[in-house]
Design a protein around this ligand. Sequence first.
Ligand SMILES: C[S@@+](CC[C@H](N)C(=O)[O-])C[C@H]1O[C@@H](n2cnc3c(N)ncnc32)[C@H](O)[C@@H]1O
Length: 228
Amino acid sequence: MNKVIHSDVINWLHKRNVIKRKFNLIIADPPFNINFGEEKGNYNRDEQKVLRGYIESPKNYEKFIGRFLIGAKWHLAENGTIYLFAGWNWLDKVIQAMRKADLFYRNHLIWKYQFGVFCKKRFVTSHYHIIVITKNDNPYWNKKEGHYVEDVLDIKRPYRKGKAKTPTMLPEELIGKLIAISSKKGDYVLDAFAGSGRTSVMCKKMGRTSIAVELSETYCDFIKKEVS
Ligand SMILES: C[S@@+](CC[C@H](N)C(=O)[O-])C[C@H]1O[C@@H](n2cnc3c(N)ncnc32)[C@H](O)[C@@H]1O
């Protein structure tokens, strides 16, 4: 049911006839173009347990996100939703790319969390942006799960003490909330830029069918173990 594909997700989405079924939900957590160093001792990690292999984005971030969104739009159901994670550094490029792809800017969520990098001469970053993108103003919305839900989500990142991990693993609680609100049992979900495959893991738990696409072979092997 749940597939893991080792590929550049953008090239994969642009092979238009390979994907037969439209996605009801796309959760995309791309690299943030911040020269992320997986070896850095942030996120309160035990470095020994962090898997190497993280692939950063190309320098032209707007083009990178833009090509992704054009491909994602082709394969998104009419009432489907894309949750696109973004850092603050290149948020303008992400919004610009979404506008150019002629998609609907439905919501803007803030995921509040403290990820353990302390700056002496700047404000300490303690949030992520999640852009809620749809094709129109009438996407699927699970009334029961999404009843008066606020747009600031204060959710801790898990430690996974003593267990192998990828460097930017999202909390299952956060992903689970997005899946519950924007999909139903049996729906088809794309876990784009899958990393540790948290979206796929939650899809399995919640009865959705997922396709994880990740460029790092090491991470693909990790996801396969987690969803098997
Ligand atoms: C921020 S992480 C995703 C973390 C993930 N949400 C999780 O919970 O573990 C971004 C991932 O995108 C992968 N990546 C980078 N460029 C890619 C591409 N063109 N296609 C697919 N994956 C890519 C990186 O290797 C990295 O694992």
